[in-house]
Design a protein around this ligand. Structure first.
Ligand code: GCU
Length: 346
């Protein structure tokens, strides 16, 4: 009697709990999970920017969407992640512009060495849709579109034990480059031996001596430990290659106009937060490399490097005439920003 009483009291409670749990499950199922992959650590400015994007979408559309971020190549290399984004297996990933030229040749333009004459010209050009739209929209047939650009600083050479002061110093050295025809040709023109490989393989390749050095921004010294192995970092400033957030087209096209607007605001926030965190990240990486990793920073004359690789501009433009207008627009920014810099000095 006592037991049946307890059952009578507990049964409705159990049903209520089950209904509550089921309704909870249904709610989770109704939310669309958005998966974003990238290949950097959680300290990196791009991860910090993505966290801001995640929070923004949560605050505006949290009942419909949950953003999940997968850092550190958890979903594979950048090339793997681009392919996952193409098919819609994931919705977004961050890819270096470098590897995108194999998906649409228009992207080659931002891989050209010494394309931008200053950081100001680079930022101003990348903020101009007249420059970016013809490139970012050129992968529509490939299933994805670039929706935001992210700063990836300036790429410079760094080596295990031979400092680079001039292009001739690269002769005979095996230098890791990103998997892009433009980068391979750049290394050929500079006289080094290009060893293309994914970012995640660079540390062990340096460690085992498969390569003699690599080229990247300063964050690779700190976040990827390259400064533990490479003791010379030479500011030859050969490229300013943006990273791009790319999104699956089916996903983007299925958003309602109101949702798309919120996502666009989120992309702008990502860009802003990432760029702010970038400056701090570079400063911290340089200090860390000097104080804790024993890296020596070298400031060579950049002109011999620039002259050696300039033929690439002519060959890429004659192969891809459709990007000429974008190239010309970038030259306008180069002129404008450098005359602005001169004025400041007056
Ligand atoms: C930079 C860039 C990455 C890229 C890497 C590389 O770190 O931000 O997107 O993958 O260079 O050299 O592969």
């Amino acid at each position: 009697m006592k037991q049946s009483c307890i059952r009578m009291i507990l049964a409705p409670l159990a049903i209520a709990a089950a209904v509550f749990m089921l309704s909870g499950c249904t709610k989770v199922q109704e939310q669309r999970i958005i998966r974003i992959g990238h290949n950097q650590s959680t300290n990196h400015p791009s991860h910090i920017g993505l966290r801001a994007f995640q929070e923004y979408i949560h605050s505006k559309l949290g009942d419909q969407y949950v953003v999940e971020i997968y850092p550190s190549e958890l979903l594979g290399s950048q090339t793997d992640m681009v392919q996952l984004t193409q098919t819609g297996a994931i919705d977004f990933c961050i890819a270096s512009n470098s590897i995108l030229e194999t998906f649409s040749k228009n992207y080659s333009i931002f891989n050209l060495p010494y394309l931008f004459s200053s950081q100001e010209a680079y930022h101003a050009a990348m903020d101009d849709p007249e420059v970016t739209d013809p490139i970012f929209e050129s992968t529509v047939d490939a299933g994805f579109t670039s929706v935001a650009w992210l700063d990836a600083g300036t790429r410079n050479f760094y080596t295990i034990n031979k400092p680079i002061y001039r292009p001739e110093d690269l002769k005979g050295l095996k230098i890791r480059v990103q998997q892009s025809p433009t980068n391979i040709e750049m290394m050929r023109l500079l006289g080094g031996s290009a060893t293309p490989m994914g970012f995640g393989e660079v540390y062990t390749s340096l460690q085992s001596g498969i390569i003699d050095g690599a080229e990247n921004n300063e964050l690779a010294l700190r976040d990827n430990g390259h400064g533990d192995i490479c003791k010379y970092y030479s500011y030859d400033m050969h490229q300013m290659i943006p990273d791009l957030l790319i999104g699956n087209n089916v996903f983007l096209n299925e958003l309602s106009p109101e949702e798309r607007e919120i996502f666009e605001e989120g992309f702008e926030l990502l860009n802003r937060v990432q760029r702010e965190a970038w400056t701090e990240g570079v400063e911290d990486s340089v200090n860390n490399a000097k104080q804790n990793q024993g890296v020596e920073f070298i400031f060579p004359d950049t002109e011999p490097f620039r002259i050696a690789v300039l033929p690439l501009h002519t060959s890429v433009l004659s192969d891809i005439p459709e990007i000429q207008a974008v190239y010309d627009k970038i030259q306008e920014y180069n002129l404008k920003e450098s005359s602005g810099a001169d004025m400041e000095g007056v």
